[in-house]
Design a binder for this molecule. Sequence first.
Ligand code: ADE
Ligand code: ZN
Length: 319
Amino acid sequence: MMSEMDDLLRALPKAELHVHLEGSVEPETLVELDRSLTVEGVRKHYVYNDFRGFLDTYKWVNGYLRTSADYALITRRLLERLAREGVVHAEINISAGVILWKRQDVDAMFEAVAEEAARHSVSTLFIFDAVRQFGVEAAWAVARHAAKWAGHGVAAFGIGGDELAIPLSAFQEVFDFAQSHGLRLVPHAGETGTADTVREAVKCGAHRIGHGIAAAQDPAVMNLLRERDTPLEVCISSNLCTGVVASLDQHPVRRLWDAGVPIVLNSDDPPMFHTTLLDEYRIAAKHFGFTPNELRRLAEDSLRYSFRAVDPTGPSGMV
Ligand code: ADE
Ligand code: ZN
């Protein structure tokens, strides 16, 4: 059912700044990639008891992405959906660390993704993600590939996975290398970890922080984010589905906003968390009382905190 609020949210020009390409695969698309699967079977995988369970499923999905054509197809499906949601710009995480772990050709995969992305109206930049628990050497390999594409569609180096496995500080040289090649830094931190992990991410030079919601536990960390104008990429449904927040009522998005912490709303792995970017804005409105003006500001901030101004050279789409 279309409501006035829905019309407003869809019409707002928005950026999606935290979405994983490999986490954007609808069950129907995964079945297209492997006919031995069923939509019901995939849907059963898209339910988790905890964060580790989610990571297992994420890995499982990645196992079905075998060719550059597969990566192109999931890029097309993601960008078509984002366009329908009124997204004008997307910064898309690619799990380069997982691609390398699968012993696939990350450059060939990225070429296919970028070629597909250039056909769409949504402008795009990409973030090459390392996997925290794969360790520092594996992260170096991702950073080197990212550096190769810096200024040619890849705007940032990120690190996802299990943030409790290895502290971010262990990756400092990798971050410095990435930054020296013109890449921005967007680590996941403060999702399953504490407020200290968010402080650590700031210290490492993060330009934006994936999740970072644990900052709400420490006023000093909230202050730090405010002073530095470092935004948190907040993904409400993701946090509920992975169990890192027990209920909507306990989600700190409103507290962060009221404390003046810069935030942007994102979908993370939309079908895997039964959400869309529009749904995240709807939840902010319905459950957290964000007013139309506040929602407008969130949408403006999503564009303002994008890396478009930093790296306008990427495969920028048709418009
Ligand atoms: N990779 C994909 N989604 C992720 C998340 N929410 N946290 C860490 N790594 C991820
Ligand atoms: Zn994420």
